[in-house]
Design a protein around this ligand. Structure first.
Ligand code: NAG
Ligand code: NAG
Length: 386
């Protein structure tokens, strides 16, 4: 950690103690400054002339098979992928795009332990980040059938670090709820810009918007970054009509004339991804490198895509979920539907791991993307808006 980041980190911790929100101002050169601002504003900033780079960490699946040698080694490998790409690309911001943990594989009461591990490469570097939930983040533990054969249940660490909780709680494998995971992330680390969205959108939780501003106060916002919870785990895989209404009224409220570009992040592709998916090889106008499986879309479409396609300010949607897909395709010539790239060693599939990068340049606005692999290779560069 550089001295500046260390100071930034200390300042942020202080601000947390005194109830301020951190406004993190990182520039292309890695220079960092901090200003104070009262909640609820959480602003990301970019210098005029500079660009703002976002790394998407998709499907990390921490905590798989924690009782074997294989599982923990996968988490070590995932940390390596993230650390390598963070050092190589030096992004200004990271999005954890869901399936951060494989909760149905976590035989301890509290999955935040694994969540913290997944976040650690980013927070240790003092890089702000935000997260959305996937379908594996809040599931209860699924008991492996082998544990009921002669080998029996392996010795589990079923007590949490907190020894004050009673035995029943320690061996409660019912899963950690979305709200518990999110509240823990927000409270434990001042670099988290995540929010546990409006209560009336329950059971979906990761619904919020972050503003990317210009450090020149007389300039309008550079972009709005929207985060939505696409469900799964403890409830159906869907973006609800209520979430759609929330997006509609929020975007009208803060960007009524659609002047500011909007970029959207969630975990499970909507059914619209089926409509644009390439057949066999990826061909223009789609750009990507692997098209190895069928789109595993949400269970229903409750109206969000219609709202998105009607807003000229919506430039692109980014999802994870399908580990064998990494393409971007245009949707109705209005916006781009993009996959990230499977970043984690957890989860199915052995396709090489990588990270999708998204770069926003203000004035004139442009949105660029590419994929950085764990061996350093870069591919699938594309300009999504200019
Ligand atoms: C889970 O553990 C974290 C520490 O890693 C703690 O802050 C949090 O309160 C715990 N959550 C629950 C629901 O026990
Ligand atoms: C800030 O923006 C205003 C309005 O566009 C412009 O006139 C001014 O030159 C900008 N200042 C800097 C330092 O870029």
């Amino acid at each position: 950690m550089s001295l500046k980041r260390l100071i930034l980190s200390l300042l942020c911790q202080l601000m947390l103690i005194f109830g301020f929100e951190a406004v993190v101002n990182r520039h292309g050169g890695g220079r960092s400054t901090v200003a104070l601002r009262m909640p609820p504003a959480k602003h990301l900033q970019v210098e005029p002339g500079a660009s703002f780079k976002i790394a998407l960490f998709a499907d990390l699946h921490f905590g798989e098979n924690a009782w074997t040698d294989w599982g923990p080694q996968q988490d070590v490998n995932s940390i390596k992928v993230m650390s390598f790409v963070l050092d190589k690309e030096n992004p200004d911001f990271v999005v954890y795009l869901g399936d951060v943990v494989t909760a149905n594989n976590v035989p301890i009461a509290n999955a935040s332990l694994y969540w913290d591990q997944a976040i650690s490469p980013t927070s240790a570097r003092g890089i702000p980040y935000a997260s959305v939930f996937g379908n594996h983040d809040d599931a209860p533990f699924v008991w492996p059938i082998e544990w009921f054969s002669a080998t029996g249940v392996p010795p589990l660490r079923c007590s949490s670090a907190d020894s004050s909780s009673n035995d029943n709680d320690e061996c409660n494998f019912l899963g950690t709820t979305r709200l518990e995971l999110m509240k823990h992330e927000i409270a434990s680390d001042s670099f988290s810009l995540s929010e546990d969205g409006p209560r009336y959108l329950w059971p979906s939780v990761s619904n919020y918007v972050l503003q990317l501003s210009s450090s020149n106060n007389s300039q309008p916002p550079v972009a709005f970054l929207y985060f939505l919870d696409s469900g799964g785990g403890s409830y159906p895989e869907v973006i609800s009509s209520a979430q759609t209404q929330w997006f509609k009224s929020k975007s009208l409220e803060i960007n009524s004339d659609s002047r500011v570009p909007e970029i959207i992040f969630w975990h499970i592709p909507s059914k619209a991804y089926n409509e644009v998916a390439p057949w066999f090889a990826i061909h223009k106008p789609c750009v990507g490198s692997i098209n190895k499986e069928k789109v595993a879309a949400q269970e229903a479409e409750m109206g969000l895509m219609k709202i998105l396609e009607e807003r000229t300010s919506v430039k692109a949607v980014f999802v994870g979920h399908n580990h064998g897909l990494d393409w971007c395709c245009p949707y109705k010539n209005k916006l781009w539907l993009c996959y990230a790239r499977h970043t984690g060693y957890g989860g199915y599939g052995n396709w090489a791991r990588g990270v999708r990068l998204v770069e926003i340049t203000p004035q004139p606005f442009s949105l660029k993307s590419w994929i950085r692999m764990e061996d350093g290779a870069v591919h699938s560069e594309i300009i999504l808006s200019s």
